[in-house]
Design a protein around this ligand. Structure first.
Ligand code: XUL
Ligand code: CO
Length: 434
């Protein structure tokens, strides 16, 4: 049975007018020593591809999903696995990500939910073996069920906390069973609505204890992939503790969690935090902590997490500049945490949407590589800081300088003449490549 009305998507090149062909994503084409496929490591998000009915806060779902009988049964969940893998194969997407409750139903009690998960995981395993597709990361949904209304690992209720721990234990074991390369924590409800009822310090301590238990359990079961924290400032919480990359790094350092953790940076979360994606990626990469990326984008005119497909070529270029600079992904990749607009309700729209994101990132990769090969941008930045390469600047960078020495230097040096930052010239330079 075929659920998507198309053949496997082929590369036809930039002159093609076929909407169901790649114009730029050419999996085997080598850029900077690696194939596009190896650089970009695209992943499909199970929750958006299979479970998102395209409802929004004001209206019901519109997605046409002929394969889905609408039930909460294991049988329905198993059918979705076939559909999802057909989709991945047609798109030539080599990785995927899930929440436990996307792939299998939450049933009346924890052990029934665990049994359901086991059944679906067994089928996912078969499909992975059959197709060579790999699990980029797994995660537990600790935000949909009403029990998590006040948080999971930061719930004020220890009974809820325990439930969340049990759920993560199982999700981690399922990730291990599927040879998952990583495991993500996204703390959607790990935050608060008002400080009037919140003991922030206790909640943060509890969260850290929870993550330490996760590390211990990973060691116990031999899961050696990294854990990712995925920053987001708010929504659904009013304030989320993992608000941005810097806040996450501070938290991980304070609680001695740096070793096992990396960050999973998402574009729309960066902008909700009042940062650019480039900024968040740079903060993470500078700390040696950029693990993976949730590739999407927001909408300037809508204030929430619209999770749109990343079709902006400049944005993709900015992302790939950081990824190339850090030497590429190791365990991570580009996960399309993105959904179609509510108007795009046909199954084939899933193909168009991912195809566009893949083509945009292929262009971003090619453009970023060309900018790096050209070298003018890097050279400008290098020159801009060159006064720190020797003399008083080098002394500062070596950590051996004092205020007395700076004073002595400044007294004899006169008024500094500053060079222009040339922002517009550099924007023009970037545009040469777009
Ligand atoms: C929500 C979000 C999540 C995480 C996984 O904003 O990005 O889908 O990626 O829980
Ligand atoms: Co995400």
């Amino acid at each position: 049975m075929q659920y998507f009305d198309c053949d496997k998507i082929q590369y036809e090149g930039p002159d093609s007018r076929n909407p169901l062909a790649f114009k730029h994503y050419n999996a085997d084409e080598v850029i900077a020593g690696k194939s596009m496929k190896e650089h970009l490591r695209f992943a499909g998000a199970y929750w958006h591809v299979m479970r998102n009915d395209l409802s929004d806060p004001f209206g019901a779902g519109t997605a046409i999903m002929p394969w889905d009988d609408g039930s909460n049964s294991v049988e329905n969940a198993l059918t979705r696995v076939d559909v999802f893998f057909e989709f991945l194969e047609k798109m030539d997407i080599g990785y995927y990500c899930w929440h436990d409750r996307d792939i299998a139903p939450e049933l009346n009690d924890l052990s029934a939910s665990n049994d359901a998960l086991d059944q679906v995981v067994a089928k996912l395993k078969e499909k992975q073996v059959e197709t060579g597709v790999q699990l980029l990361w797994g995660t537990a949904c600790l935000f949909s069920h009403p029990r998590y209304a006040q948080g999971a690992a930061t719930s004020p209720d220890a009974n809820v906390y325990a439930y969340a721990g049990a759920q993560v234990k199982k999700a981690l074991e399922a990730t291990k069973q599927l040879d998952g390369l990583g495991y993500t924590f996204w703390g959607g409800r790990e935050g608060y609505a008002t400080l009037l009822n919140t003991n922030m310090q206790r909640e943060l301590d509890h969260l850290a204890a929870f993550l330490h238990m996760a590390v211990d359990h990973a060691n116990k079961i031999g899961f050696d992939g990294p854990f990712y924290i995925e920053p987001k400032p708010r929504e659904p919480s009013t304030h989320q503790y993992d608000s941005d990359a810097a806040a996450c790094l501070n938290f991980l350092r304070e609680y001695d969690l740096m070793e096992k953790f990396r960050l999973n940076i998402e574009t729309n979360h960066a902008t909700l935090a009042g940062h650019t994606m480039e900024h968040e990626l740079t903060v993470a990469a500078n700390a040696g902590m950029l693990g993976s990326i949730d590739a999407n984008r927001g909408d300037e005119l809508i204030g929430w997490d619209t999770d749109q497909f990343p079709t902006d070529i400049k944005l993709a270029t900015e992302v790939m500049l950081v990824v190339l600079e850090m030497g590429g992904f190791t365990t991570g990749g580009l996960n399309f945490d993105a959904k179609r607009r509510r108007e795009s309700h046909d199954p084939i729209d899933l193909i168009h949407a991912h195809l566009g994101g893949m083509d945009a990132f292929a262009r971003g990769l090619k453009i970023a590589d060309a900018i790096r090969e050209d070298g003018r941008l890097a050279e400008f930045v290098q020159t801009r800081y060159s006064s720190f390469d020797n003399g008083i600047g080098a002394k500062v960078e070596s950590g051996a300088c004092s205020f007395e020495e700076l004073e002595q230097f400044a007294m004899g040096n006169g008024e500094p003449t500053l060079s222009s930052g040339r922002q517009e010239m550099l924007e023009n330079l970037l545009n040469e490549f777009l």
